[in-house]
Design a protein around this ligand. Sequence first.
Ligand SMILES: Cc1cc2nc3c(=O)[nH]c(=O)nc-3n(C[C@H](O)[C@H](O)[C@H](O)COP(=O)(O)OP(=O)(O)OC[C@H]3O[C@@H](n4cnc5c(N)ncnc54)[C@H](O)[C@@H]3O)c2cc1C
Length: 451
Amino acid sequence: VSDRLVVVGGDAAGMSAASQARRLAPDLEIVAFERGNHVSYSACGEPYFVAGIVPTLERLVARRPAEFARRGIDVRLRSEVKEIDLDRRTVKVRDAAGGASAEWGFDHLMYATGSAPLRPTSIEGIDDPAILGLRTLDDAAALKQRVDGGRGRAVVVGGGYIGIEVAEALVARHWEVTMVTSGPHVLEKTLDPEIGDAACQAVRAYGVNLMTGALVERVERDGDRFRVAGADFAVEGDLVFIGLGTTPEVELAAAAGIPLGGTGAVAVDNYQRTSIEGVWAGGDCAEVSHRLTGRQVNIMLGTVANKTGRIAGTNIAGGGPTPFPGVLGTAITKIGEAEIARTGLTTIEARAAGYQPVTGLVMGTTTAGYWPGAAPMKVMLVADRASGRLLGGQIVGGAGAGKRIDVIAAAIWNGMTASELAWVDLAYAPPFGGVWDLVLIAARRAADDAG
Ligand SMILES: Cc1cc2nc3c(=O)[nH]c(=O)nc-3n(C[C@H](O)[C@H](O)[C@H](O)COP(=O)(O)OP(=O)(O)OC[C@H]3O[C@@H](n4cnc5c(N)ncnc54)[C@H](O)[C@@H]3O)c2cc1C
């Protein structure tokens, strides 16, 4: 009898693990349980479906159950794992009909339940189901339907990535949008103020009425009219979207006795192993190690979920041991033409990790200044004063600005110093940048202050 891998959660991490395990272990029996209506879908594309750029939700589904079946992966939709019994090595699964629970034994268990939008109990009324969030394709369908149902005023609570992308979609669909965020700028936790303020300008320039420093205390509803209020403000709207971050779905793991880490996500080692033999985890529900600080973090990104899922699959199938090399927290988004990207540590995070950060902050244009359509761009690099080693980078600017972050991420990944980055042979022609790319100039500035 072959071993059985049971996957709990059928999206990025779970199906990456299943697919990789299948490639390396043709005889392994693989069953994936997904409580929703889809597996292998792109949550990242949902705001663009709401905006009307992606015409159908089906386009966001990378692979259907039948395609997995052809590869010998048994995918069960509308099947929720309700209990994990680590002693008996079984899971209890309830199907959509809510009927009888079936019990499945496992040799390996991949825990990949993801994360859910946060609804902080400190905000009165936030549990109202009429307040919309985004996670699954069904959430996206519900938001799209509401947006299609008529224009009006929308309130986006939270200035994170998802809030920004949904605000962009709503403006594109001719809604009047107010974004309310408690921090001094959008993307408060991942950008320094110099870049965060520029990101705020970009959000406002796109037509969003942005309120910073506004802590929401309650959401009231009267029929289909909402009132979002704090100590000294109140905003009315016909639609409220909540984008206050996400929380890892760990209840099932915790109830089973699978240990959680300090972040509250499932604790795993670099091989995606929990401390329970044969139980693995990856994606939004699990911790990962930060490449610069060596600390365990919970960074909820599709990039990380796909990679950690693949690593788990490799190791489950005995194709390893292959370690996951860690994360830098590289992320990117856009609003209108403005692109916002970051990697590594902010100055605040760098200080907290024991570094003395110096920064190189430069302003310029996305193309040669004389090129038609040249748009402003700001690049900031963070480096360690003592060693000159690069620690982080942040960018805001017009089209073409954002993906420059990848050069910075690659440099940090390889332990380069600011003065080394300043001389890297980057491509140049007037439609793409200046002869000294702003990343190089920012590196030179940071190097001047370091060492
Ligand atoms: C609107 C939006 C935009 C995003 N944009 C980006 C982006 O541009 N770039 C980026 O890198 N990341 C982005 N992300 C984040 C990215 O989508 C997630 O990091 C990624 O989907 C995590 O994958 P996962 O497999 O860990 O979890 P999830 O995608 O959350 O999947 C977990 C699955 O498990 C299922 N499940 C949970 N519990 C059970 C159970 N008990 N039984 C059965 N099934 C269960 C859930 O239904 C879900 O389908 C975005 C997320 C959202 C919501």
